[in-house]
Design a protein around this ligand. Structure first.
Ligand code: UT7
Length: 307
């Protein structure tokens, strides 16, 4: 059973907020944010629906498909525009899709969970699926709280997955969830994101490494075989610590958090698109996609690009 990833698209708001701009209203500095997180600026604006729609349209165009070709829309989002309805049907309507559409919330591992869900949907008869990760995190940030305000941002990324009986790009998955850690990173109804940053950091490195090792083993390759690592973009130090433990040089990791901050479900497709724009995605190469977040949830996958 095969899944081909045939198109990608992204969308970010035009509005750039630099660390210096945040320092005007918060007790923080460009130096602290850059040194502790790697983030230099982020994009703020839009909504899960508007950003997700644009990314979805671009992915469809990239795959050379039209709206009537898509059998299912899976949207990964932690920040749906409303509790009900889900945001996916609104994106489907805005795009002119008439297929089933649903949201998946696995926080920053959301795009990976959505890919896994789409893989299952392809196994049960669907032929073409649009997977979108879209976030409007800035809406749920207390802009007087320097702990979260310097980290979270808005954006969207999308991929088209197509059934192919002759081969697959998705070689393996390792997913997990540990609800006993649920209180480490939360956003209550009507509230704002709050996090025990240090503990989330520690656990993030641990689960990225263990799930990556499992996914590599299941794919039958080693870390040395990887051309690229496309990690969730939460903190440069997390990416450095995890790649070091996996024995992967940082030059093989894709980093876009300096420009986009932490965009949760959107961060992996944003990083992929950046790698492709820079000629780093080549047919036949292996890549590790890995994410982690509130829940806690985590997910790693090994991909072999066919195009
Ligand atoms: O996306 C999924 C999940 N998210 C993550 O994976 C994020 C994981 N956690 C992290 O990335 C890091 O823990 C943070 C970036 C959130 C924080 O970095 P840290 O190195 O763990 O800093 P800290 O919380 O230990 O704070 C160090 C100091 C503290 O001051 P004292 O107690 O040493 O005087 C903080 O009050 O830095 C202070 N601080 C700040 N200073 C300037 C905390 N936030 C800021 C800030 N600007 N924005």
């Amino acid at each position: 059973m095969g899944v081909r990833i045939t198109g990608w698209g992204t969308a970010v708001p035009d509005r750039i907020v630099t660390n210096d701009e945040l320092s005007l209203t918060l007790d923080t500095s460009d130096q602290w944010i850059t040194e502790r997180t790697g983030i230099r600026e982020r994009r703020i604006g839009g909504s899960a629906m508007t950003l997700g729609t644009l990314a979805g349209e671009r992915a469809l165009a990239d795959a050379g498909l039209s709206t009537s070709d898509i059998d299912f829309l899976v949207l990964a989002t932690t920040t749906p525009d409303r509790i009900a309805p889900a945001t996916a049907p609104m994106i489907a309507n805005a795009m002119g899709l008439t297929c089933p559409a649903m949201d998946v919330n696995a926080a920053c591992a959301g795009f990976m969970y959505a890919l896994r869900t789409a893989q299952g949907l392809l196994e049960t008869g669907n032929k073409k699926i649009l997977v979108i990760g879209a976030e409007h995190l800035s809406r749920w940030v207390d802009w007087t709280d320097r702990n979260m305000a310097v980290l979270l941002a808005d954006g969207a990324g999308a991929a088209v997955l197509e059934y192919d009986p002759d081969g697959t790009d998705l070689l393996s998955f390792s997913l997990g969830a540990d609800g006993s850690a649920a209180d480490l990173l939360t956003c209550e109804h009507g509230g704002f994101f709050e996090m025990d940053g240090k503990e989330v950091f520690r656990r993030a490195v641990r689960v990225v490494v263990s799930s990556a090792e499992e996914a590599l083993k299941e794919a039958g390759i080693t870390a040395d075989d990887l051309a690229l690592v496309i990690p969730h973009q939460a903190n440069l130090r997390i990416i450095q610590a995890a790649t070091q433990r996996l024995g992967i040089e940082m030059s093989r990791a894709v980093v876009v958090l300096d420009r986009y901050g932490n965009t949760s479900s959107a961060s992996i497709p944003l990083a992929f698109a950046d790698a492709r724009d820079n000629g780093r995605v080549k047919a036949g190469d292996y890549a590790l996609l890995t994410g982690f977040g509130a829940g806690m949830t985590w997910a790693s996958a090994v991909v072999k690009w066919s195009r």
